[in-house]
Design a protein around this ligand. Structure first.
Ligand code: BLA
Length: 250
């Protein structure tokens, strides 16, 4: 269902940037689940180039029971521009959720004016795809923009109207990147490094996909996938807690 979205993004990337493959830890590039009747496969791709330090996308195909296309694009640490976030989900015929956002690294007014206001006209154009749905896992005020597209919809709308919106948002993102000025000072670069790491940490902790991965591929694989690939700059909370709090029960 979302293959055309993957293909579109891939074509755009390869035509606009000089991509190199970015290694995916062994065993995490793909997997096949043999649990249950429906076979599920997951496959991921990862690239980098001078402007974008990590481009990752993942496709889950479990036939009619689940189709997922998920992607995050992380700019180079020399740019303070937002990340591009894509999460397209379909669980059976009746649960289709699409999320698309240019995700701000900071919530300061000046930052939002510079990078999020330019999204406003697209958001207005696609108002029907921005349904102000409540977020149960994430905080809408952290790493999301107020102009995100977030809709519960149907296959026909995905194929037509949402696909058009998808192309428009991606092209706005390329424009943003083209116009971005390189950061010069080490202190400013470090601020971006930290913000992108915080994004990974936040996302790894909240990601509603962990149950989905576990059910198909097991808990161990799922944790590795989250912490060593999807959000590799996140440090696992349990580990730091274990280090910080000595075991006094023995
Ligand atoms: C929700 N994303 C979800 C849900 C799942 C996934 C299972 C819950 C759907 C539901 O039952 O309501 C799935 N998330 C995934 C998968 C991956 C993943 C498979 O990261 C990785 C391969 N999520 C993102 C990105 C965005 C995003 C980049 O990973 C930004 C556009 C958004 N996903 C997002 C939002 C929700 C969601 C806003 C709704 C969450 C909520 O209700 O709080």
């Amino acid at each position: 269902m979302y293959r055309p979205f993957l293909e579109y993004l891939e074509k755009e990337l390869f035509s606009k940037f000089d991509l190199r493959s970015r290694p995916i830890p062994a065993g995490l590039e793909g997997n096949v689940s043999n649990r249950g009747k429906n076979q599920a496969t997951i496959q991921s791709w990862c690239y980098e180039c001078a402007e974008l330090r990590k481009i990752r996308y993942t496709y889950i195909d479990a036939g009619a029971s689940a189709q997922v296309f998920n992607s995050v694009i992380y700019p180079s640490y020399h740019y303070d521009i937002p990340l591009l976030g894509i999460d397209l989900l379909s669980f059976g015929k009746n649960k289709i959720i699409v999320v698309l956002d240019i995700q701000p690294l900071f919530q300061e007014e000046s930052y939002l004016t510079k990078y999020i206001e330019p999204m406003r006209s697209l958001r207005e154009k696609y108002n029907d795809l921005a349904q102000n749905l409540e977020m149960r896992f994430y905080d809408a005020n952290q790493y999301f923009s107020k102009y995100l597209l977030f809709a519960k919809t149907d296959p026909e709308t995905v194929k037509t109207r949402f696909f058009e919106a998808y192309q428009d948002y991606i092209s706005l993102y390329w424009q943003m990147l083209e116009q971005a000025e390189m950061i010069q000072t080490e202190a400013e670069i470090q601020k971006i490094v930290k913000a992108q790491k915080d994004y990974d940490e936040y996302s790894a902790e909240r990601d509603p996909a962990s149950g989905l991965f576990s059910s198909y591929f097991g808990h161990e694989w799922s944790e590795k996938f989250l912490y060593e690939f999807l959000f590799e700059d996140a440090v696992k909370k349990e580990d730091s807690v274990k280090l910080a709090v000595p075991n006094t029960t023995r």
